[in-house]
Design a protein around this ligand. Structure first.
Ligand SMILES: NC(=O)c1ccc[n+]([C@@H]2O[C@H](COP(=O)([O-])OP(=O)(O)OC[C@H]3O[C@@H](n4cnc5c(N)ncnc54)[C@H](O)[C@@H]3O)[C@@H](O)[C@H]2O)c1
Ligand SMILES: O=C(O)C(=O)C[C@@H](O)[C@H](O)[C@H](O)COP(=O)(O)O
Ligand SMILES: [Zn+2]
Length: 365
C-alpha cells in the first residue's frame, strides 16, 4: 500500500489501479477528481430510497458541479435485494436511460449497493466504469475495496459475481453520522476481523478504546478506518483474485455466510453473522489445539464488549453444514477454513474433521 497524499490511498495490482479518497466532506473534491479521470460522462447513481432521501441532492450536486449529468436509481434496501432479479431491473433502467460505455455507475451505499452495482457495471455492455462511494462503516473498510462484486443465489451467498475493480473510491467519513447503530456494529465486526488476521495493534487499540468506539469518537474511528483499509489493501495487492492469501479476508465467513443463507438473509446482517462466525471458528481453532484459550477469550471479550453477537440460536446444525459445502473456498466438496493461531495471525486452507465441526456447532446451537 502506498499513500499518494495524506488522504489518498493507492491500490495497485497488475489489474487494479485506483485511489481511495478518505476524509471528512470529500464528496465535492472527489467529483472533480472523477471528472479528470472520466471526463464528459453521464453518471448513474445507484442507491437506496433512504440514502437518496438523506443525501441525493448532495451526491448528485457534487457530480453536477464537476460537469456530470446525473440520473439516480433506487434499489430496495437489504440483503434480500442483492440478487439477479434486482440486477436485471438495473440493466433495464440503464438501457432505457441510454447508459453506454461512456457512462459511469456510482455505487452510493453499503455493501449491498456496492456489490450489486459493481456486478452490473462488470456485466452491462461487457463492462462499464464504476466508482464506489461507501456510506456504511462496513463498506468503507471492506466492501468498497478489492473489486469483489456479485449477487446471492438461492444456493449460496455471493455465488454469482466477478472481480471488477472500481475506478476510484470516495470514503467520506462524515456520512457515518446518520448510520444506524446496528449497521455501525456490522462495520466494527469487519474491523475486528482485520485486526485478527493481520493487525495486532488494531485489535489492541479496539480493546483499549472499546468505550470510545461505542460512543463513536471520531478520532478513534478515523484511526480504525485507516488501519482496517490498510489491512484490506495490503492483502488485495498481494493476491487480487484470491488465488491464495486473500482467503484470510474470509475469516469467520464460512460459518457466517452459511448462517445468513439458512436464515434467508433475514435474521442476521452480514456483520453480525461474521461476528458469530469468527467467535465459532476461534473456538474451533482452540479445539484443534491451534490457538491458546487466551487468544480466543480476547476475541470473545472484544466482540461482546462492542455489542456484537458470539453465538446463534435455533438453527439446524446439519442444514448449516450442508450450506457450508457450497462455500466458494471448498475444494472437491471439502470446506476450507481460515483458522486462528493468535490475534494477528491466521492460517488458511484448513480442513476440519466433520466430527469436530459438528460437536462445535451442536454446543453452540
Ligand atoms: N465485496 C466485498 O468485498 C464485501 C466485503 C464485505 C461485505 N460485503 C457485502 O456487503 C453487504 C453488507 O453491507 P453493509 O453492512 O454495508 O449493509 P447494507 O449495504 O445492507 O447497508 C445497510 C443499511 O444501512 C443504510 N445506510 C447505509 N449508509 C447509511 C448512512 N450513511 N446513513 C443512514 N443509513 C445508511 C442503507 O440504507 C441500508 O439499508 C453484504 O451483502 C456483504 O456480503 C462485500
Ligand atoms: O474481499 C474479500 O476477499 C473478502 O472476503 C471480504 C469479505 O468481508 C466479504 O464479505 C466478501 O464479500 C466475501 O467474499 P466471498 O468470496 O466469500 O463471497
Ligand atoms: Zn465480509
Amino acid at each position: 500500500m502506498s499513500m499518494s497524499s495524506p488522504h489518498q490511498i493507492a491500490v495497485r495490482t497488475p489489474t487494479e489501479n485506483y485511489d481511495i479518497h478518505v476524509g471528512q466532506d470529500v464528496l465535492v473534491p472527489f467529483g472533480q477528481h472523477l471528472a479528470e479521470l472520466l471526463p464528459g460522462r453521464k453518471a448513474f447513481v445507484v442507491s437506496h430510497p433512504t440514502l437518496l432521501d438523506l443525501y441525493g441532492p448532495t451526491v448528485t450536486g457534487a457530480l453536477q458541479q464537476a460537469g456530470f449529468t446525473t440520473e439516480t436509481y433506487a434499489v430496495p434496501e437489504g440483503e434480500t435485494s442483492k440478487n439477479l432479479q434486482t440486477a436485471a431491473d438495473l440493466y433495464t433502467h440503464l438501457a432505457t436511460c441510454g447508459a453506454d460505455r461512456r457512462s459511469v455507475l456510482c455505487a452510493f451505499g453499503g455493501g449491498v449497493v456496492g456489490d450489486l452495482t459493481g456486478f452490473a457495471a462488470a456485466t452491462y455492455m461487457r463492462g462499464i466504469p464504476f466508482v464506489q462511494i461507501p456510506t456504511t462503516l462496513l463498506a468503507m473498510v471492506d466492501s468498497s475495496i478489492g473489486g469483489k462484486t456479485g449477487v446471492n443465489h438461492e444456493l449460496g451467498k455471493n455465488m454469482i459475481g466477478s472481480f471488477y475493480p472500481p475506478r476510484a473510491v470516495c470514503t467520506d467519513i462524515a456520512l457515518l453520522r446518520s448510520l444506524p447503530e446496528r449497521e455501525y456494529l456490522c462495520g466494527l465486526s469487519e474491523i475486528v476481523k482485520a485486526g485478527v488476521i493481520d493487525d495486532t495493534e488494531l485489535f489492541t487499540l479496539m480493546e483499549r478504546e472499546t468505550e470510545a468506539i461505542r460512543q463513536r469518537d471520531e478520532a478513534v474511528l478515523t484511526t480504525l478506518i485507516e488501519r482496517a483499509i490498510a489491512v484490506k489493501v495490503r492483502v488485495v495487492e498481494e493476491d487480487p483474485t484470491e488465488q491464495g492469501v486473500r482467503a484470510i479476508l474470509n475469516f469467520g465467513h464460512t460459518i457466517g455466510h452459511a448462517l445468513e443463507a439458512v436464515t434467508a438473509y433475514e435474521q442476521y446482517s452480514h456483520g453480525e453473522a461474521v461476528a458469530i462466525g469468527m467467535a465459532l471458528v476461534a473456538k474451533l481453532s482452540e479445539m484443534l489445539g491451534l490457538c491458546e484459550p487466551e487468544a480466543r477469550n480476547r476475541l470473545f471479550s472484544l466482540l461482546e464488549g462492542l455489542g456484537l453477537p458470539v453465538a446463534y440460536a435455533d438453527i439446524d446444525t446439519q442444514r448449516l453444514i450442508e450450506v457450508m459445502a457450497h462455500d466458494k473456498k471448498a475444494i472437491d466438496g471439502v470446506v476450507q477454513f481460515i483458522l486462528m493461531r493468535d490475534i494477528g495471525s491466521v492460517v488458511y486452507r484448513q480442513q476440519v474433521p466433520t466430527d469436530v465441526l459438528e460437536s462445535l456447532l451442536v454446543e453452540y446451537a
